[in-house]
Ligand binder design. Structure first.
Ligand SMILES: Cc1cc2nc3c(=O)[nH]c(=O)nc-3n(C[C@H](O)[C@H](O)[C@H](O)COP(=O)(O)OP(=O)(O)OC[C@H]3O[C@@H](n4cnc5c(N)ncnc54)[C@H](O)[C@@H]3O)c2cc1C
Length: 496
């Protein structure tokens, strides 16, 4: 998979990527990858696909994103639209979808309606005895896609999800709405679809009324995978900022020697390591301990995206005017910045994820006993099981928090400091009754940051001997850049 994505050096493609973005054209590289069978990596192995653990899907997403977020998000949307079928579909639906992807057909998930936005419970697209009528708006791949998973309200006022194929065996009609003009990912097919009494045999996924559960569990995987967009975009923006800082001479020396510039690069590198560690651990949990993903995917979606936006911002600051000039040698940075802004708003925006964490926070107060093999989860060199769709995802964590249970269990350096800070936060929480209040949300922000730090302490403890570089004090190792590897704890070669 890496060979496929990294076949051509990124820098040789950058002008084309930028030109296609200016033209709002679907990325040529995406079409190439599809033709070369990349969508097979989104199909579980028992359906004849090449999908491995979610940690491997994460690597793939990072490599795609570091080149072009438009490509990564268009292809990632195909997995997002497929997850409801992999998790809840019947044999025929799974087989049909696998065949569509093997033939290079894109897929999508159509939840949003212009009037309802995040409020999925108010979905107006109706499903009356299997006949779907309504309009889905701002949907990635809605027009190009060969299939879609659609959320609709049935006659009993409960939600269903339908897997719809754009083949000719349907009744009623559908038509696509025009591509919308977006700030970023300009070449992506952000359009929509309008159904009128549309029906297709065997389209309902799972049982009647199971729609919300299907979507919530789908997002436990997809929200986590959004970290791959963030890691990839951060990698390229930081890499370009770093290169610029080495080459740009001011006052007779490279600007990398100016402490303010160095600090921005160094801080961004440290931040990147912290979000990488969280994404990698949680990606393993999807197939090892799926019962914690309701909370951990929300942590990841909210905080990883936020940190990546900060890394990107700092990188733009280092580049100065060259970042702002769209066709400069560093034009990729402005594209990454525009493209990445969408990550915090789709697939459940940051506020929605903060509110999910807030809803579970009180139950996390007392740390339970460690009942899982944490060493196995946190040790990256052991391969995680492949994703099958049989993972037992749960709607809430019911107070289970493997990261903190592990902190409590193992004798790591920062243990006492971390636990004391956690206790202080829960002391503050005792006086807060409304968990959606601003006071509660402030605590969610701090608790999330603390959990990322706790995870990093464990990640370091279990993997330090396997790191590819000397990571002491997280100093930016120059050979990461010069040797052309991802900014990572481990060696992931790239073709820059
Ligand atoms: C480029 C792009 C691609 C997209 N692709 C898809 C796709 O493929 N499929 C799809 O279904 N949708 C897609 N969307 C839609 C996206 O998921 C929605 O924009 C998102 O769900 C939010 O809806 P909204 O923008 O209407 O905001 P609203 O829901 O109207 O929210 C407005 C404000 O209220 C806040 N808010 C909402 N709910 C809460 C809450 N619970 N707690 C606190 N604050 C809250 C929000 O943070 C925001 O500030 C895409 C959007 C874009 C821009």
């Amino acid at each position: 998979m890496r060979e496929l994505i990294e076949k051509v050096p990124l820098k040789s493609q950058t002008s084309l990527i930028l030109a296609q973005d200016e033209d709002e054209a679907f990325p040529q590289e995406a079409l190439q990858f599809i033709q070369e069978g990349l969508l097979e990596y989104f199909i579980p192995q028992d359906l004849g696909g090449k999908m491995k653990g979610i940690d491997q899907t994460m690597v793939m997403g990072r490599l795609l994103s570091r080149r072009n977020l438009t490509t990564a998000i268009a292809l990632g949307q195909t997995l997002l639209g497929s997850l409801p079928v992999w998790l809840y579909g019947n044999e025929k639906q799974k087989k049909d979808l696998a065949n569509i992807l093997k033939a290079g057909g894109l897929n999508c998930l159509a939840l949003t309606e212009e009037v309802n936005g995040s409020d999925l419970a108010s979905t107006q697209t109706s499903d009356l005895a299997g006949k779907i009528t309504g309009r889905k708006w701002c949907i990635n791949n809605a027009t190009r896609g060969k299939a879609l998973s659609v959320l609709a309200m049935n006659e009993n006022q409960v939600l269903n999800v339908h897997f719809i194929k754009k083949s000719d065996d349907y009744q009623g009609t559908f038509k696509n709405i025009d591509k919308l003009k977006t700030l970023g990912i300009r070449g992506a097919d952000i359009s929509g679809i309008e159904f009128t009494e549309f029906s297709q045999v065997n389209s309902q996924i799972g049982k009647a009324g199971q729609g919300l559960e299907i979507i919530l569990k789908t997002m436990q995987v997809s929200r986590l995978l959004c970290a791959s967009f963030s890691l990839g975009a951060s990698d390229t923006t930081l890499r370009r900022a770093f290169e610029f800082a080495q080459a740009r001479i001011l006052y007779g020396k490279p600007i990398i020697e100016i402490p303010a510039v160095w600090e921005k690069l160094q801080k961004s590198f440290q931040d990147l390591l912290i979000i990488e560690a969280f994404s990698l651990v949680c990606a393993r949990m999807v197939t090892m301990n799926p019962e914690v993903m309701s909370l951990y995917s929300a942590f990841s979606k909210f905080y990883t995206t936020k940190i990546a936006d900060q890394i990107i911002l700092r990188s733009t600051e280092v580049l100065g005017a060259r970042f702002y000039i769209r066709d400069s040698e560093f034009g990729i940075t402005q594209k990454m910045m525009r493209d990445h802004r969408v990550v915090s708003l789709f697939d459940g925006n940051s506020d929605v994820n903060i509110s999910i964490i807030a809803g579970q926070l009180k139950r996390l107060q007392s740390i339970g006993p460690l009942e899982v093999d944490a060493k196995k989860i946190f040790t990256m060199k052991e391969e995680a099981p492949a994703f099958t769709g049989e993972e037992k995802l749960k709607l809430t964590n019911r107070g289970k928090d493997i990261i903190w249970e592990s902190i409590n269990h193992y004798d790591i350096d920062e243990k006492q400091t971390l636990l004391a800070e956690r206790e202080a936060l829960f002391d503050e929480l005792k006086n807060i009754a409304d968990m959606q209040s601003i006071e509660a949300i402030n605590i969610v922000h701090r608790y999330t940051e603390l959990t990322f730090r706790a995870n990093y302490a464990l990640f370091y403890y279990f993997n330090q001997n396997d790191f590819a570089w000397d990571m002491k004090d997280s100093k930016l190792p120059l050979k990461l850049v010069q040797g052309k590897f991802l900014f990572s704890h481990f060696k992931v070669q790239i073709n820059d």
